[in-house]
Design a protein around this ligand. Sequence first.
Ligand code: PEP
Length: 249
Amino acid sequence: MRRKLAAGNWKMNGLSASLSELEAMGKAAGGASDVLICPPATLVAPAAAAAKDTGVSIGGQDCHAAASGAHTGDISAPMLKDAGASHVILGHSERRTDHGERNEDVRLKAKAAWEADMVAVICVGESLTERDAHNTLDIIGGQLAGSIPDGATGHNLVVAYEPIWAIGTGKVPTTDQIGEVHDFIRARLERRFGSGVGRSVRLLYGGSVKASNAEEIFAVSNVDGALVGGASLKASDFVPIIEALNAAG
Ligand code: PEP
């Protein structure tokens, strides 16, 4: 049985005052779903302190592949762990686009996360051009093969399918399109890691999830939750999504 996961990616948003949102999110946590918030790095430690005993886990949004060293401005997985993070988002399309991250970079970062005993939330997703050219599954297959290290388990890996064209745009794929990709990811994980492991990895959908579309997205096969950007910043937007996930069969 895979526990459902509602994950929030605050991106480059949030100041100390935003931590007050965690309390209400925590009240919705503790049901049938796990809740994860990934604030900016400046807030990881205070968020972890604020989320203590609420049932909300805290994650980073990226980490360096090395544990320490001369990498000005970067943050390592052990540093995130030390600050109270249990998860780290890796390979988000904004990192792939803004920072030129390639699959092999993501794979090394995921290894670093595992060495620090953290869960890697690895993002994959196609552009609109790739979808229109009917290349979606090839792209996703390549990202899975290149970004996930050997040694994945249901405890150290979460995969988020995030079509780039759906992120922050209000555009959402049809439930058939989401189901096709999630079934494909599940099959690829089972083929590579064996059916036991492949079936135990949680698969999140991400891209313009909000309270009004959460229920139908969570009804899609192999959707075990969501990675939510904009609608995770405020408890008033995120709690209804957590509740829809708690209610999903
Ligand atoms: C994201 O960036 O991970 C995301 C899904 O953003 P949004 O929910 O705002 O589309």
